[in-house]
Design a protein around this ligand. Structure first.
Ligand code: FE2
Length: 238
C-alpha cells in the first residue's frame, strides 16, 4: 500500500455546520481519539479541505457533489496521513501548510504555499488562513465566514478532549495533560510554543472578535457555547 493509493479507514458521517462548512471525524486506530477533516466551500464554489480524510465511496460522491476540491490544507507536520492520496486523486489541488511544517509535509506531498501567503480562494475574504503567533509558524488557524457568523478552525494548538476512562485516558489524558476541556496541551507548550505571551495575545484577539460562532478543534468537541469566552479563559492559562 502506498501513500497515494485510495485507502479508506473507518470514519463517521458528514456533519453540517453551516451553508459552507462541514466536518467528518475518524477514529485514530483503537484509541479514544479522533482526527477531523473540515470541508469549506468558497464563494466561487471551490472546496478547501483541512486535515483531509480519505472517505468511502458515498462520502467522496457527497464531496464531489459539493464542488471541486481546490485547496488542501495540511495543518501541521503530523496531520498528513491522507494528504498524498488527495493530491494523487486531484492533481490540481494547491497544498498549503504552516511554514515550519514544510519539511515534514513535503516528504508526503509537494507544498505550494504557506499560511498567510495569500487568500486560499482568490478575492474571497470569507476563507482565511494565518499562522498563530508565538508558535514558531508550526500551527495556524483557519477562519471561515458563514451566514450565521464566523468559525475558527484550530489544529493541535487547542484541544477540547473530555477526561477518558482506562489506561489511555489516564496516561494520555491526565498524565500527559491532553484532556479536561478546552486547553493548550503540555505537548504544545513544550514543543510548539515559542512565545506564550504572543500566543495568549493572539487568542485574546480572536476571542474578542464579534461574530465568533464556533471554534473547531482537531481533537475533541466543537466549542459552540460562548466560544469567545472560552478562548479568553484558555488564553488566561498561558
Ligand atoms: Fe493532532
Amino acid at each position: 500500500m502506498s501513500d497515494t493509493d485510495w485507502i479508506v479507514r473507518p470514519h463517521g458521517p458528514v456533519q453540517t455546520l453551516a451553508e459552507n462548512l462541514w466536518f467528518v471525524d475518524a477514529p485514530l486506530g483503537n484509541l479514544d481519539l479522533h482526527r477531523r477533516m473540515v470541508v469549506v466551500r468558497g464563494q466561487a464554489g471551490g472546496l478547501l479541505l483541512h486535515s483531509a480524510i480519505a472517505l468511502n465511496e458515498a462520502g467522496m460522491t457527497w464531496l464531489e457533489g459539493l464542488g471541486e476540491p481546490q485547496v488542501l490544507v495540511v495543518p501541521n507536520g503530523f496531520h498528513r496521513l491522507d494528504a498524498a492520496r488527495y493530491k494523487a486523486r486531484y492533481p490540481k489541488l494547491r497544498v498549503i501548510c504552516p511554514k515550519a511544517a514544510r519539511t515534514r509535509v513535503a516528504t508526503k506531498v509537494v507544498v505550494d504555499e504557506f499560511y498567510g501567503d495569500k487568500l486560499p480562494f482568490e478575492a474571497d475574504e470569507s476563507v482565511q488562513l494565518a499562522h498563530l503567533e508565538g508558535l514558531h509558524k508550526r500551527e495556524g488557524v483557519l477562519r471561515v465566514q458563514s451566514a450565521d457568523g464566523h468559525s475558527l478552525i484550530f489544529n493541535d494548538a487547542l484541544f477540547n478532549l473530555p477526561h477518558m476512562p482506562g489506561i489511555f485516558g489516564f496516561v494520555y489524558g491526565r498524565l500527559m495533560g491532553n484532556a479536561g476541556g478546552p486547553k493548550v496541551t503540555t505537548i504544545t507548550r513544550w514543543f510548539f510554543m515559542k512565545n506564550k505571551k504572543n500566543y495568549r495575545a493572539h487568542l485574546e484577539r480572536l476571542g474578542a472578535e464579534p461574530g465568533l460562532k464556533r471554534v473547531i478543534v482537531a481533537h475533541g468537541s466543537l466549542i459552540d457555547r460562548e466560544p469567545g469566552e472560552v478562548l479568553m479563559r484558555v488564553a488566561a492559562t498561558l
